[in-house]
Design a protein around this ligand. Structure first.
Ligand code: DGL
Length: 275
């Protein structure tokens, strides 16, 4: 495999850009191809078969771009795509669940760990299974937050946004009552509203960002496989979305921190056959 090939990253929408932001910090020399399925977002309230079909089409698109490694920067896909199917891909694949669960299992002192995510993620039990496999003593409390993704995709992420604060108060009541000391932001959109979540949870609760943990895991994995790009030049990023590029350009800066202005192209992926 060509170690100079780009890393492929995808999400249902813009949330996966929080993982790209961390990848650019942690692996600044890597090229990245990002696909955000903005025409079909959200995934998290859809049925399992639909999520799997969408994820396979997203992956087919990235493979066509010649990527050397694929990151599902989406808690919903990571919780739903069968691991044995992903293991059969021609390039290595990782989701966000295992890295975030491992970080939470390490970080928690009390073993009381919270997870918030989309309906599909919470229903799958993926984070709970991954955490308890590492820490059988852990008590995991999971809560679905279905309105967070549309709020974030529509720009309601200011730290004092009254709508997001009100919704968050309601959604976080369960993990607050459980007295968790660690909370996994189990959907890659949620780091954008981490200030709101952090304020409601209080300073004693450690928030785990799945994009950051996955970027760290990817670095280790690429190094172990001899796939890190060898030259020292700065990596580039190309972005693809399945809906208008206007929204992407408007919102991407918030997700990426310092948006480097890589080209954004509209594409479709629904024609890829699903196997
Ligand atoms: N960023 C996706 C996740 O991590 C959002 C899923 C959705 O589209 O509902 O789960």
């Amino acid at each position: 495999m060509d170690e100079r090939a780009p890393i492929g990253v995808f999400d249902s929408g813009l949330g996966g850009l929080t993982a790209v932001r961390e990848l650019r910090r942690i692996l600044p020399g890597e090229d990245i191809v990002y696909f955000g399925d903005t025409g079909r977002v959200p995934y998290g309230s859809r049925g399992r078969d639909t999520i799997i079909q969408y994820a396979k089409q997203d992956i087919a698109f990235l493979l066509e771009q010649g990527v050397k490694y694929i990151i599902a920067a989406c808690g919903t896909v990571s919780s739903t795509l069968p691991a044995d199917w992903a293991a059969g891909l021609p390039v290595p694949y990782t989701g966000v669940v295992a890295p975030a669960a491992a970080a939470a299992a390490r970080a928690s002192r009390s073993g009381r760990i919270g997870v918030i995510g989309t309906e599909a993620t919470v229903k799958s039990g993926s984070y709970t299974a991954a955490i308890t496999a590492l820490r059988p003593d852990a008590a995991v409390t999971a809560g679905a937050c279905p309105l967070f993704v549309p709020l974030v995709e529509n720009g309601y992420f200011a730290p004092d946004d009254p709508v997001t604060c009100l919704v968050a108060q309601d959604y976080l009541a369960g993990v607050q009552a459980a007295g968790v000391d660690t909370l996994i932001l189990g959907c890659t959109h949620y780091p954008l509203i981490a200030p709101v979540i952090g304020r409601l949870m209080g300073p004693g609760v450690r928030l785990i960002d799945p994009g950051r943990e996955t970027a760290l895991t990817a670095r280790e994995d690429l190094a172990r496989r001899g796939l890190l790009r060898p030259d020292g030049t700065a990596g580039t990023a190309r972005y693809y979305v399945s809906d208008s590029t206007d929204n992407f350009a408007r919102l991407a800066g918030w997700f990426l921190g310092e948006y480097a202005g890589g080209p954004v192209t509209r594409t479709t992926v629904d024609h890829y056959p699903v196997q």
